[in-house]
Design a protein. Structure first.
Lengths: 1081, 361
């Protein structure tokens, strides 16, 4: 009954500009790669030419063939206008690039740029966006239709905010207007807290809102779609497990709602539709409600007139392609003119009915940051999320808790959590709260008691208690006495073979890996196996050809058939985005899928991250939206009987499974598992390097303090220390003297036999070089050598990287090529790999080698214009591959990859870079030379060219010296330099005029560095940490943290600071070339 | 928990666990795709005689509100009728624990009291697919240790069972508009009546076979109800008389009322393979760009091609093309196959009812 409309013939739009969201950051992550990619695909289907601006080079949307023209440029009004001048599009899409694109679009509208170039905003009109973003206008618009909002008072300064809070009564919540993901917002219990937070919020926004807190209310969301004919549907409703007070991005979310009666659902649904109609959305919109747990009273929290994280979740949860439909509505289609892309026969005008439950759980990486506050609240801190699908709540919560990938096995059966005070740990939520609930059950707390402390609905708590009780039952049994009935029950409610084996106490007698295989065998003998079900948007009512799948034990039959003809290739995805593994591995996975399809094999993806493109069901022949655990991968392999599995494009998770899968005779494509182990196992790898005569920094795994001291006597300070993660969870660190070493090791718990500490010589003033390559049977077919701007000591994921390398000796390059070839041969590499090198003069040392794609594969592939993953996949499929004959001297341009940090979201964290990674995203920009590429990249990650005043604290002697030229350049270009004690003296000595400012510890002396910052007099801060002494840390920390809190651009590395200053002093921004990717030849 | 079996007419068995009343029961097995609203679905008279398979697996979590609470006029506050109308329910994962401010008891306790059995732990997706492919069929729920007889296809007149026995008059609850509507009760949901009263109408609820033509009234409302419209011979005759009356008065039908109006106008109806049962069924107004997400609960549909030239198809199902409404080309007589009035529904289609009210003013 699909009715083709006339929308396109009425529409004159031939070329459309889409704004991306830039680098991944907390609050704005991979979901916009998904939404942008879908929108671009939808436009393409309509024969429209597309132009994309997005500096995020690791995304799928910036890959060849997705958009017609791609600009790796900052999504800011200046650059967007320049692209508009050049490309002359007729239409623009603002709703697919998160808050970044939306804000940029609003600015372009307000400044008249869109009108000047006669550009039509497709979809929701800009005035509607403004109405929904400006709190006061929003409340006014909803008042017009008698819809209740949280009344807030807009304040223009801290005093007004304090007065408003007094009037409303504490606790209050503060929000910054026009800010993404709750940036600069939070709860205040008293005036002191309010003043502190308000000041921070004003740094992000000229307007701050104070409102009464509704802590403890339920938080419910609706995703609404409306077309220009006023047809409306809601695609999904979702309920937060955590009550109001915790940002929805920080909350566990369940879809559909579980604790709402039909009358509540209908009431909120009707309200959502009324709101969307009244404000005039054309496309997609998210509506968030607070619902009183004791009545049907409600408040509208906010609405997002764009695709959002929630809409990505709703889309994945239901199979309804929201982004694609929203894009087509933007072009003028009615919902009834589009078809349901799952059934392909029914209309897109329908509300998905689902017959399963999904659970989203955020992934935090707070352990990576020094000093960060672990409490979660109204501002977002999580870096990624997972989605679990199943047929009961117990199943999905347990699946989800495993998926977040922090060593948890589900709700129960985890390593013991150290909690001193359960009451306060329940009351003040942290990233670990759900595990505190288990702890509370063990301690005998009742559901009522936990509800009192957490305000989590009792229904959820009862379900958790159910899991806990099953675990207790299992504990009473042994492997021999376990009944089929109880085993089945455990599996139905989401227990893994591991959890069962642990609960049965099997670890006491054997290795857990052996035990779980015994459980597996037993249940397979009893025919207790999972079944594959389809996500079809219609609860089975109509036949669907969908390949969107999940596994469950709550079933008796599969929805699909298995050809088992050895023509399918299983690609293991990368799981939750986290620091160190995000969209770049999704790109790798998608490229592998594309190649597999192109070569006529059946592509099968296993992944569970709702923010990704790889989990769009049209990207592969079969999508298993399920766990990447050993058990689940084996389950799928048992059913699919694939030709092989690809474990090298999904980062570390699949890589770690290689050995175990291989031991179960699962065919691994590409480099053999034993070689992967040889590269991963430090001892084996080291022995191999010695054997082939390749140098490496001296290292040792040590089990006593005595041995540690002996080793350091030999190699000397500084050393890189990696404590055993299992024991302490502490990050690795560089120690420059005995005091630091001892302090750090005590902090990281004691050294012991069971948990050795790995210490290696730390090389200073040394360049770090990366080799990304593809080999076949040990012979390198293609490679890319890139160099870090920073010296070694900054994690490669945080470093600024240039490719092709510009400042390496030819000799160095030659040696690196030679060593890489030796290693590739030795490990018989077939597929992608990455080696990291240290280079000082021409002395080359190997740091590590990964026999998988690395973070930089999309970057180097796109700069090279050779898809290294496609090449690697062909190798793994056993197809012929030609060796790449392209010399780096042929390049007339440079690519720079710069990192995006999200310290502004991580309250109290020290924004300093070290050997552990802390960036959340990256960009990659191209330019004719290093300076122009670097400038574009730095502007893309949020730097602004300083106007006048720069604050310098340049660290130790070497760093001071290395920044002297940069300081001179700044003076020559008319900047005022403010400098702290040592730096000021050094600059004065060297004839660079500057103003002395005082450290926070120099109390009473003026001018104080912090005061200048608070008075908005500083445009950029360069603060290089000198050492790890407490004094230095406190002073430097305060300046760095203040810069972040006040949104002042900050650089903490001297090499990067020098390069950046040189760049903006050399090229004015308006001279940067506006060139698309295809123009770099 | 005690085990139970669902045995279908074709011999297929589904194993699960028993809840609700501990007895065996048979009925026509149909599936319902609504994701919430089990108290309303269970008490909807249109579900009479059916074993309802809820495709959404998690059931029981918000308990059951007071089944006794009534409005001043005797209509139920939270339920669609005075009892559970379905014969049994089949679910994926029943929640014995419930949590809701308005809950008075668990679903299990309520079903036990009303003598309605349930089975949980069933692969309802697989069951739904079987019903979809083979069409609805008879089935029996058998708790362990309970004996059950073979299911009989019942030819009882479900409408007669669901209809009121006497004429009941309700005074408007909204601002009175001074009009009286006759509502023919073939198994009306209480929320339908409440909606009309809220609109300021006086409602005279009459039994399904009552000849309302002798009453004095301003408009006719043909309400919803269960089963096959062919069973309602008396009702159709009465509607024919109404349509033949030289004084033209407005008439609106919903659900079964659509089928009855169409039949009275000379069209035929036929049985759908597995019916429409859910909260999210898309329909489109014929010849316009207006679409509605609707609630439906029926197994029969009007054959639109059999309408005579005075009538036209008004709405169409966007998924299978079946008829979703008819209207007279001149007179204010119209009907829809869906439920424009009730909970579970969001008000998208309430303007159709308002249209009816408008014709009265």
């Amino acid at each position: 009954m699909f009715i083709k409309g006339k929308a396109m013939t009425e529409n004159k739009i031939k070329k459309v500009l889409l704004l991306g969201s830039g680098a991944l950051k907390i609050g704005e992550a991979g979901e916009f790669d998904y939404s942008g990619s879908q929108a671009l695909k939808a436009l393409k289907e309509e024969g429209i030419e597309t132009v994309l601006i997005n500096p995020n080079i690791a995304t799928v949307q910036t890959s060849e063939g997705v958009a017609d023209q791609i600009y790796f440029l900052p999504v800011t009004p200046y650059f967007v206008e320049r692209v508009i001048q050049k490309e002359k599009p007729q239409g623009i899409l603002l709703a697919f690039g998160g808050q970044t694109a939306l804000n940029c679009g609003v600015q372009l509208f307000k400044s008249g740029v869109l009108e000047k170039y006669n550009i039509q905003v497709l979809g929701t009109p800009v005035q509607t966006i403004i109405d929904t973003e400006d709190r006061e206008l929003f409340v006014q618009r909803l008042d017009e239709i008698d819809v209740k909002t949280i009344k807030s008072q807009a304040c223009d300064d801290v005093e007004q905010a304090a007065a408003a809070a007094k009037e409303l009564g504490y606790p209050v919540i503060i929000r910054a207007a026009f800010a993404l993901g709750g940036l600069g917002s939070g709860f205040c219990d008293n005036e002191e807290e309010l003043r502190k937070l308000a000041e921070k919020s004003f740094a992000f926004s000229p307007q701050v809102l104070v409102e009464k807190s509704l802590k403890g209310w339920k938080e419910i969301e609706y995703e609404v779609v409306r077309d220009r004919y006023d047809n409306c549907i809601t695609v999904c409703n979702m309920e937060n497990f955590d009550p109001l007070g915790i940002h929805t991005g920080e909350s566990i979310v369940i879809a559909p709602t579980q604790t709402l009666s039909n009358s509540e659902c209908e009431k909120l649904r009707s309200l959502a539709i009324r709101i969307v109609r009244h404000v005039g959305i054309v496309g997609e919109c998210n509506v968030q409600f607070a619902l009183d747990p004791q009545s049907e009273d409600y408040r509208v929290i906010e609405i997002n007139a764009r695709l959002s994280r929630s809409s990505a979740l709703a889309s994945k949860a239901t199979g309804y392609p929201l982004a694609s439909v929203a894009a087509k509505i933007g072009l003028g289609y009615g919902l009834f003119e589009l078809k349901n892309s799952v059934t392909k026969t029914t209309s897109a005008f329908f509300e998905p009915t689902i017959d399963y439950v999904v659970c989203k759980i955020p992934r935090w990486d707070l352990g990576k940051f020094r000093g960060v506050d672990h409490e979660i609240g109204s501002s977002m801190k999580s870096v990624g999320e997972v989605m679990a699908i199943g047929r009961n709540f117990e199943e999905v919560i347990q699946k989800g808790l495993r998926m977040i990938g922090q060593g948890m096995h589900g709700f129960v059966g985890n390593k013991e959590l150290q909690i001193d005070d359960i009451d306060s740990a329940l009351k003040a939520p942290t990233d670990k709260r759900i595990f505190v609930i288990e702890k509370a059950f063990i301690a005998g707390y009742t559901v009522d008691q936990i509800h009192e402390l957490t305000k989590i609905d009792k229904w959820f708590l009862e379900k958790l208690l159910h899991i806990f009780n099953i675990n207790q039952e299992l504990h009473k049994q042994t492997f021999g006495t376990l009944s089929p009935e109880l085993l089945r029950q455990a599996k139905v409610y989401g227990f893994t073979d591991f959890q069962v084996a642990r609960a049965l106490g099997m670890e006491k007698e054997m290795d857990i890996d052996e035990a779980l295989l015994m459980v597996r065998k037993k249940r397979k003998d009893l025919d207790i196996v999972p079944y594959v079900k389809q996500i079809d948007t219609l609860a089975g009512e109509y036949p669907a050809q969908t390949n969107y799948l999940y596994l469950t034990y709550n079933a008796v039959a599969h929805d699909i058939e298995f050809a088992q003809d050895h023509r399918s290739i299983v690609v293991l995805g990368s799981g939750a985005y986290r620091i160190g593994s995000s969209v770049e591995f999704d790109w790798c996975g998608v490229q592998a899928l594309n190649t597999i399809r192109k070569e006529g094999f059946r592509s099968v993806m296993i992944n569970y991250n709702p923010e990704t493109v790889s989990t769009d069901y049209d990207m592969c022949d079969r999508l298993y939206f399920d766990e990447l655990t050993f058990e689940r991968v084996l389950d799928i392999v048992d059913l699919e009987m694939p030709k092989g599995c690809i474990v090298s494009t999904g980062g570390q998770i699949p890589n770690n499974l290689a050995m175990k899968l291989d031991a179960q005779q699962v065919p691994i494509l590409g480099t053999q598992a034993k070689y992967i182990d040889n590269a991963e196992d430090r001892d084996k790898f080291s022995a191999m390097l010695d054997r082939i005569g390749v140098d490496q920094p001296e290292w040792s795994a040590l089990t006593s303090m005595e041995d540690v001291n002996k080793f350091i006597e030999k190699v000397g300070f500084p050393v890189l220390v990696r404590p055993s993660y299992v024991l302490s969870g502490a990050a690795m660190n560089v120690c420059s003297n005995q005091e630091e070493l001892e302090r750090f090791l005590t902090l990281a718990a004691n050294v012991s036999k069971k948990h050795p500490v790995v210490i290696s010589k730390f090389m200073q003033n040394t360049k770090e070089v990366e080799m990304d390559a593809v080999a076949k049977d040990g012979e390198i077919l293609a490679y890319a050598i890139s160099e870090h701007i920073e010296f070694a000591g900054v994690h490669s994921g945080d470093a600024t990287i240039q490719f092709p390398a510009q400042k390496l000796y030819v000799e160095t390059v030659r040696r690196i090529k030679k060593i890489s070839a030796q290693i590739a041969r030795e490990l018989c590499i077939s597929g992608p790999f990455n080696i990291q090198y240290l280079a000082r003069d021409n002395e080359i040392k190997v740091i590590e080698c990964n026999l998988r794609a690395s973070r930089s594969f999309p970057f180097v592939s796109k700069v090279l214009k050779v898809n290294l993953i496609e090449m690697a996949t062909r190798v793994m499929l056993g197809l012929p591959v030609k060796k790449l004959e392209k010399s780096f001297f042929d390049f007339d341009y440079v690519g720079i990859k710069a990192s995006q940090f999200s310290f502004n979201r991580l309250q109290k964290a020290d924004p300093v870079l070290g050997v552990d990674m802390s960036s959340t995203g990256e960009v990659g920009c191209l330019g004719a030379d290093t300076n122009s590429a670097l400038l574009k990249a730095m502007l893309s990650v949020g730097h602004r060219i300083p106007k006048k005043n720069i604050l310098l604290s340049t660290g130790g002697a070497k760093e001071k010296a290395s920044l002297l030229d940069a300081a001179r350049q700044l003076k020559e270009h008319g900047y005022n330099i403010y400098a702290t004690g040592g730096t000021s003296a050094y600059l004065t000595q060297n004839g660079v005029e500057n103003t002395l400012v005082h450290w926070p510890s120099e109390d009473g002396q003026h001018p104080q560095a912090l005061d200048l910052m608070h008075h908005h007099e500083i445009d950029m801060v360069v603060n290089i940490p000198k050492d790890l002494s407490t004094h230095e840390l406190t002073n430097g920390y305060k300046i760095r943290r203040t810069a972040v809190d006040l949104n002042i651009p900050l650089i903490t590395n001297s090499r990067l600071a020098a390069a950046y200053i040189n760049a903006f002093c050399t090229i004015p921004v308006d001279e940067l070339a506006i060139e698309s990717w295809s123009e770099y030849k | 928990m005690k085990r139970a079996t669902l045995r279908l007419q074709d011999g297929t068995e589904f194993q699960g666990y028993a809840f609700g009343a501990d007895l065996a029961t048979s009925g026509e097995v149909v599936f319902n795709t609504a994701m919430a609203g089990y108290p309303e679905t269970l008490t909807d008279p249109s579900g009479s005689g059916l074993i309802m398979v809820l495709t959404y697996p998690l059931v029981g979590g918000y308990g059951v509100p007071s089944v006794e609470a009534k409005e001043a006029n005797g209509l139920y506050s939270f339920m669609e009728s005075e009892k559970i109308c379905v014969k049994a329910i089949v679910v994926g994962d029943y929640s014995p624990e419930f949590s809701h401010w308005n809950a008075k008891e668990s679903l299990d306790a309520w079903m036990k009291r009303e003598g309605i059995p349930g089975i949980t732990g069933v692969d309802t997706r697989q069951l739904t697919k079987m019903l979809r492919d083979k069409g609805t069929m008879m089935g029996t729920i058998i708790p362990e240790g309970v004996s059950a007889s073979e299911p009989q296809v019942e030819d009882a007149n479900l409408v007669e069972l669901a209809s009121c026995k006497d004429v009941i008059t309700y005074q408007p609850t909204g601002t009175p508009v001074g009009k009286r509507v006759v509502l023919v009760d073939c198994g009306v949901k209480h929320s339908t009546i409440k909606y009309l009263l809220d609109c300021g109408l006086e409602v005279v609820r009459v039994p399904w076979n009552y000849d309302f033509n002798e009453l004095s009234f301003d408009a006719l409302f043909l309400a919803d109800g269960p089963g096959n419209p062919d069973m309602c011979v008396a009702t159709i005759e009465n509607i024919k008389k109404f349509l033949a009356n030289p004084t033209v008065r407005p008439c609106m039908g919903i659900c079964l009322g659509n089928q009855l109006l169409a039949k009275a106008a000379g069209a035929t109806t036929s049985k759908l393979k597995y019916g429409h049962h859910g909260h999210s069924i898309p329909v489109r107004e014929v010849g316009s760009t207006k679409c509605y997400v609707t609630t439906q609960n029926h197994n029969y549909a009007v054959d639109a091609s059999t309408l005579n030239s005075d009538w036209e198809e008004w709405f169409q199902n966007m998924n299978d093309g079946s008829n979703e409404g008819v209207r007279h080309k001149k007179n204010p007589w119209f009907a829809v196959q869906f439920h424009p009035e009730t909970n579970p529904e969001a008000g998208d289609t309430k303007n159709l009812l308002n249209k009816f009210i408008e014709t009265l003013k």
